[in-house]
Design a protein around this ligand. Sequence first.
Ligand code: NAD
Length: 420
Amino acid sequence: MREVTRPAEASNYQTVSHWFDLASERLGLADDVAAVLRSPYREVTVQLPIMRGDGRIHLFTGFRVQHNGARGPYKGGIRFHPEVDLDEVRALAELMTWKTALVGVPFGGAKGGVNVTPAELTPGERQQVTRSFMDKIEKVLGPTRDIPAPDVGTDAQTMAWLMDEYGKLHGHTPAIVTGKPIALEGSYGREAATGRGVVHCFTQAAAGLGLDPASTRFVVQGFGNVGSWAARILQDIGATMVGVSDASGAIASDAGLDAHALQEYLAHGGRLPEFAGAESIPAGELLSLECELFVPAALGGMIHRENADLLRCRMIVEGANGPTTPAADEILTDKGVMIVPDLLANAGGVVVSYFEWVQNQQHFRWDETEVNRKLERVMHRAYAEVSARAEAGGDCLRVAAFALGVERVLEAARTRGYIG
Ligand code: NAD
């Protein structure tokens, strides 16, 4: 589905550059220091030829970008999506560097991806692509070097295949990936963690605006891992979902859509536009639904110069990475919409990935209540630090979040002696 198009201004790389430059200006970074911080440490591009059921070899391309490892092993998800390219992966890897620093987990930033449409592959072919990707990049990975995780188009099953393939060469190594299934030393609470972190950010921001979750109507763009968990947890705290979309279309209902029932329905093969009791609407109309909270949880650049003015919400909490272009951000800020940026809002996933990695090092497991409590503490602390920084500098939350992340990476790089 491409009803919501991404214009040229909406590349994730341009978006990240814009915010980095502002943060760099606030921090007074010299050009040479800024250039070192921005440039990736290593970029790997690999060829993935796969023999498919039609008897032909299909050639995919895989990428792993390790952006900055000053604070610890590289960390970041792997995306399976037809639009994956080096620029996109580079931008997402850089976002991970600032994000891990912002929430204070001892990792650097990385990202990976394969330009494949997972829905077009059989489960066997998906497994082949996944294992082949691991075979090609394992030399630069490792539990103390670079630790992948799920992202768009990949899930716990993908992580299980990656771990298994790595284990063939190196022995059983659960800490090589996070976001694994519970049966394979995955962490309780990891699957829901990014969505849960979105909700923690919402409750913190709502308190500031005097907004009661029980009277909050929300809209979710992208009902995948992040969007569906955010929706279910928001519903559990009393908020009402009035609109939602995925790649197949969008639906709305003033009376509210049951996020738990929708999740069950989709898990059993249902199509979102045909969900009972909802009105199917054009994807572009999702943006103009009246609500208090809008949660973008699909791809980057989907709120841009040409459609930002349509939004009728009081707050955006960014589940997706880079969903709002700088031009859209300006339009929305002028309209008085509060934006909790991706760097902070979707960091819950990497926080619980860190917990998973810690548990894997000890082959030990915390229960879900423990994981959720620890996550809440980290998210509240990060939110408070970003808000305080924004207030002190007269900046928006996004510039404050970038500045905090960049500052911490710079400190680590200087302390190691990387940067004089
Ligand atoms: P996912 O593959 O589970 O879900 C993506 C969802 O977006 C799917 O429902 C898909 O149908 C939908 N979608 C795709 N194109 C769309 C379109 N044009 N309009 C509306 N919906 C569309 O992926 P995910 O893991 O939930 O990731 C979603 C976003 O969150 C991405 O930007 C990702 O980088 C970010 N993120 C994910 C995690 C994580 O832990 N999974 C962590 C941090 C950030």
